[in-house]
Design a protein around this ligand. Structure first.
Ligand code: GDP
Length: 363
């Protein structure tokens, strides 16, 4: 499964956030074979549509999609030089599919800040610099090798061009992800870029760990959003989130309402993380379960069927698709059919978010 690596300077609240995420882990009942790894947090993708479907179909249980977070400890200034945990740290990031950078934006004199003062922009630069230096090292080795391979016609020239373009961006102190539009406009081959496995080419999410004052400070939030764009920014209070997950649902809802927030920060993080990974869901419903299935954005109906069972992809005949909104409005599959809202889709159909699907297949 695709994973999101949580990184950040020491003492910014990574463990607090990660513990809240793992406390929120999808109940083992739904995933009895999942091994619980200490640095892996598998959380449910919040989706209120599943409860609606379960009510409509009298489903016995709800199975949400999940998002996986990995706690990657150990970034400090000098990590790219392999100091201390540096090498292991970089190897762990390389395995993640997206990077969630936690940034301290809370004031608390009792919690020491590594550089002595709370400055989110400065912290982001410190972390990004380590990642950028690591990528520059990767390219320093890769470019001469690629030049040779291109001369020997073993590698496409587009790969070398992508490496050189990425190198130019990194030398400016910009991550490949932040420069992705510019690189695309230059005609840099996205696949070639991906093959270079650069850390900063992964999608980024920024979590600003803040307090009540910060959650209310829309100016600060706008500044931070602009700073990290095109990455998404989430503002939450990790300490508050860790308390929220300890409560039963009613008490949690009350505490959330008192705080003036419309949803838990962890829910936002799960949703943004899921989309940042390029994932989407489709839905199935019946008396046994109402379920969200994870697919990549852009997948076709047979690929989506293959997530349920590989035989479904091989034997795919067609899919009966009703949009969630149409199904709820009609009240049942039969009513949706007679209202002409059930579409029969073939093997080229590209799945849309919120499709409620039943597959027909040969086995
Ligand atoms: P890590 O080193 O990034 O994993 O940071 P920790 O999660 O261990 O947090 C470092 C310290 O900051 C701990 O004492 C936490 O209790 C505290 N802390 C974490 N998040 C918050 C927060 O949102 N507000 C306040 N005031 N303290 C926090």
């Amino acid at each position: 499964a695709l994973t999101i690596g949580i990184v950040g300077l020491p003492n910014v609240g990574k463990s607090t956030l990660f513990n809240a995420l793992t406390r929120n882990q999808v109940l083992a009942a739904n995933y009895p074979f999942a091994t619980i790894e200490p640095n892996l947090g598998i959380v449910a993708l919040p989706d209120p549509r599943l409860q609606t479907l379960a009510d409509l179909f009298g489903s016995e249980r709800i199975v949400p999609a999940t998002v996986s977070f990995v706690d990657i400890a150990g970034i400090v200034r000098g990590a790219s030089e392999g100091e201390g945990l540096g090498n292991k740290f970089l190897a762990n990031i390389r395995e993640a599919d997206a990077i969630c950078q936690v940034v301290r934006a809370f004031a608390d004199d009792d919690v020491v800040h590594v550089t002595g003062r709370v400055d989110p922009a400065d912290d982001i630069e410190t972390v990004n610099t380590e990642l950028i230096l690591a990528d520059l090292q990767t390219l320093e080795r890769a470019i001469p090798r690629l030049e040779k391979e291109v001369r020997g016609k073993k590698t496409d020239a587009a790969v070398l061009a992508a490496a050189q373009a990425a190198n130019a961006v990194l030398e400016e102190g910009v991550t490949v992800f932040a420069a992705r539009e510019r690189l695309a406009k230059q005609g840099v081959d996205a696949t070639a870029l991906r093959d270079l496995q650069l850390l900063t080419a992964k999608p980024f999410i920024f979590v600003f760990n803040t307090d009540d004052a910060g959650l209310a400070d829309v100016d600060m939030q706008a500044r931070m959003r602009a700073l990290v764009a095109p990455a998404d920014a989430i503002f939450l209070d990790a300490k508050f989130e860790s308390e929220l997950v300890e409560l039963d649902p009613d008490d949690a809802a009350e505490m959330l309402a008192d705080s003036g927030q419309s949803e838990p920060g962890l829910d936002q993080l799960a949703r943004v993380g899921f989309h940042t990974l390029g994932l989407q869901t489709y839905l199935t419903a019946g008396p046994k379960e109402a379920r969200a299935w994870t697919i990549k954005q852009g997948w076709t109906a047979p690929q989506a069927a293959g997530v349920i069972h590989t035989d479904f992809e091989r034997g795919f005949i067609k899919a009966e698709v009703i949009s969630f909104a149409d199904l709820v409005e009609a009240g049942s599959i039969a009513a949706a059919r007679s209202a002409g809202k059930a579409r029969i889709e073939g093997k080229d159909y590209v799945m849309a978010d919120g499709d409620v699907v039943e597959f027909r297949f040969n086995v």
